[in-house]
Design a protein around this ligand. Sequence first.
Ligand code: DAH
Length: 362
Amino acid sequence: MPMAPQDQTLEDRVVTPDPLKEIAEIEAEATAALEAVTDLAALEECEREAFRSKRSRFSSMYQQLGSMTPDQRREIGRLMNELRSRLETIADTRRAELGTTARAERLAADRLDLTEVLPGRLAGHLHLVTQVREALEDVFVGMGYEIAEGPEVETGWRNFEALNIPEDHPARSPLDTFYVDFSEPWSVLLRPHTSPVQIRLLQRGVLPIYAVAPGRTYRKDTPDSTHLPVFHQIEGLVVDRGVTFADLKGTIDTFVRAIFGEGTRSRLRPAYFPFTEPSAEFEMTCVICGGEGCRTCSGVGWIELGGCGMVHPAVFEATGVEPEEWTGFAFGFGIDRIAIMRHNIADLRVMIENDVRFLGQF
Ligand code: DAH
């Protein structure tokens, strides 16, 4: 309500001549400023300047209420309180908007970078010994053999007696073989070779037999570069009508070439095993020097791989196979040894140390 000039005292002269216009201006100015701010700090500053600070245009207008007539004071005071609450509403709305934006920006900045490139999945692979065992199995399956298996805990009968190994043979000593405390003393053991699987195959009574039996074997050996107390062998057994020593020789030659390459040759040297007669050790040309002679083969050019021979009639007898009708050959050798020779590894012990830096190379 405009005041009549004659009502003005000296003090009244500082009173804004047109409070309604002033209120409208304060509102327009403050609203525009509040709507223009772009962050929360600026919003607070703007609120202070618009109506909270004592030095604000709003406050100085408010202070003038005291110099107004009671009617004016009531009227202008009400208008200003209404203005304050409108400005507060605008500021609150703006605060909520800016808060949402700030949160969104913070989230965007902190967001997990899901596009990061990882070095591929760390998948394991088969142990080198298993790889070589499977390669050997493939060669023999290719020649028509079946893969047989026997238990690692075996009877002394299958491991020794049935294989024609005499009572006083040094291999039967508990210094060489691990015995299991089960049943009759010294009757159950951890097999020191895969040859007892020959007995299991013959006991099946299904002939002919063309089989290889790979598996784990145990001996009381102190680990060194060429021995492990836990190692692997593969046993071969062929029983058919008219099988000859020449078949044995041809079979050894075929597998040696398949595993070590076409240029590799094999040879047999006379030897003795109780379960074969005649018996032989088979050797192949040295993988390092090709037969010239070097440190690996101790200068002879040949490396011994395993034992073999024609199945002894005593083995047929122990398992009920008619030796007049059937003949056969057998062979056995270490898989771990084949693995280290195939890859030119100096020490057998790496096979059981399980160092992934070594295993990961194969
Ligand atoms: N079992 C023998 C060993 O562990 C290797 C062996 C020799 C296996 C002659 C055979 C064989 O089948 O006929 O030393």
